[in-house]
Design a protein around this ligand. Structure first.
Ligand code: 5AD
Ligand code: SF4
Length: 482
């Protein structure tokens, strides 16, 4: 059986770096990650914890003694994907590797532990997102007792602040740094507050230290992460450090370090934060600002705490304070009770804002959420699908039109690595988070390269490189028309 087949997600997790010691004798762990950037970051923490306890990492599931799936529960199809993978690993265990231990980590752990462990006896290990420090003990327990081991306790304090993540999938250029965990917002559709618990922020100094270490190791970009990143708030010696202050301090670590963040809630996007984008050349001109819907009544049912008009006013403010800022968003189609007219308000909002990019989803009811308890999931599947399709078509056209305007402009691109299509081409991102592909010449990952845009699709820009630059230098010239 080929455990690697049908697994686009592997591309994201690439090759762990094995030390010689790991390659010999140590028990080997294979980690597969689903879902958001937070999960990628969590898997790096899991890798660090296991490595410190003598485990090796492997990219080959056939070689693994332990397979861990770091799961996502945000939509039903995410869960189905994981269940399908579990079936494959179970069959592998039965037929070829009886000693294999299979574990479910992350967001599906709490919700499905009874099902996975008792009813279906699918796994040996179930570990929630706040219990990763307990993994070595749980693995030991599963090993010695032959019984399933579980810890799905959520915490009010755990931030894994002292753990240096093992960036086993790294391109050596860009890195995630987790700064807060959990979410207190309770949007009606969202399962995250239940799977990941209450909001808590990581100590300032531990974040700054980790970013400084990354700079020393040659990294050129950090994305600071949280479920609700801009509600970051840490009290230090009686002084409160909020997100804009933290971002400002991270940006001071090096003028050549680009700083991004994800994901933010419109309610926490203050003018102070926008001014940090404006003042600091290395805080990227890009915000992911999920709107979810274009109709105020739906937003109220979703418990998003802002109206359509307030969101539009925020976009206007962002564009006034930070000229040229790029915005992306998340959209949900077919939420409970959504009428045709309400759906059209989402389309008109997309027309009005003209986001550069959007992540677009069909509403999927999640057990235990406010919406599941209080509303009927009453938009027929066919209608949901058609509305989502309309949203996707419109946004694709807008993304293409926005990208066409880039043709002729010069952008500073941070090279991340070879392009997917050809080793003769490189890819990297603009300050505004657009992917650019161009000929390799003698440029290398980690270089800042001035690139003139010559062509595009709705998702990618193509260009010709003009030469190396620095971030500080490019701050004075970009985006220029030449
Ligand atoms: N159904 C569909 N999409 C959802 N999201 C969150 N919960 C659901 C759900 N139940 C989307 C939101 C969020 C993104 C991460 O996933 O748009 O911003
Ligand atoms: Fe979910 Fe809303 Fe929290 Fe985002 S802000 S994680 S959508 S509850």
């Amino acid at each position: 059986m080929n455990l690697i087949q049908d697994l686009e997600i592997l591309d994201d997790l690439d090759a762990p770096k094995l030390t010689a010691e790991e390659a010999e004798g140590a028990r080997k762990v294979y980690i597969e990650t689903y879902g958001c950037q937070m999960n990628v970051s969590d898997s790096e923490i899991v890798a660090a914890i296991l490595r410190a306890h003598g485990y090796g990492l492997t990219r080959d599931p056939e070689q693994a003694d332990v397979v861990l799936l770091n799961t996502c529960a945000i939509r039903e199809n995410a869960e189905q994907k994981v269940r399908h993978r579990l079936d494959i690993f179970r069959a592998h265990k039965r037929k070829q590797r009886p000693g294999l231990r299979i574990g479910v980590l992350g967001c599906m752990a709490e919700r499905l532990r009874h099902k996975l462990l008792e009813e279906e006896q699918l796994v040996d290990l179930v570990v929630g997102p706040d219990a990763y420090r307990d993994l070595p003990r749980l693995l030991e327990e599963a090993e010695t007792t032959g019984q399933a081991a579980v810890n799905v306790q959520l915490s009010r304090e755990e931030t894994y602040a002292d753990i240096a993540p093992v960036r086993y999938d790294s391109n050596g250029v860009t890195a995630y740094v987790s700064i807060m965990r959990g979410c207190d917002n309770m949007c009606a559709f969202c399962v995250v507050p239940f799977t990941r618990g209450r909001e808590r922020s990581r100590p300032v100094q531990s974040i700054l230290d980790e970013c400084a270490r990354l700079v020393e190791e040659g990294y050129r970009e950090v994305t600071v992460l949280g479920q609700n990143v801009n509600s970051y708030r840490y009290t230090e010696n009686g002084t409160v450090v909020t997100f804009p202050e933290l971002l400002y301090r991270v940006s001071l670590i090096s003028p050549e370090l680009r700083v991004r963040y994800s994901t933010s809630h419109p309610k926490d996007c203050s003018d102070e934060l926008l001014h940090v984008h404006r003042e600091r050349h290395n805080v990227c001109n890009y915000i992911h600002l999920p709107v979810q819907h274009g109709n105020t009544d739906v937003l109220r049912r979703m418990r998003r705490t802002y109206t359509r008009e307030q969101y539009l006013a925020l976009v206007e403010r962002a564009r006034r304070i930070v000229p040229g800022i790029s915005l992306s968003t998340d959209i949900i189609a077919g939420f409970c009770g959504e009428t045709e007219e309400e759906h059209r308000d989402t389309l008109s909002l997309l027309e009005e804002v003209r986001f550069d990019h959007a992540y677009m989803f069909m509403y999927s009811e999640r057990p235990g959420t406010y919406a599941a308890r209080k509303y009927k999931d009453d938009v027929p599947l066919e209608v949901k699908k058609r509305r989502l399709q309309e949203i996707i078509e419109l946004q694709t056209r807008i993304s293409l039109e926005n990208n066409r305007k880039e043709i002729g402009r010069v952008h500073t691109v941070l090279v991340e690595g070879p392009s997917k299509r050809s080793p003769e081409q490189l890819c990297g991102r603009t300050d505004t988070n657009k992917m650019v592909v161009f000929d390799r010449h003698d440029f290398r990952p980690g270089d800042y390269v001035r690139v003139r845009i010559t062509d595009c699709t709705s998702a990618t820009l193509f260009g010709e490189p003009l030469g190396r630059t620095t971030l500080a230098e490019s701050a004075h010239t970009e985006p220029a028309l030449i």
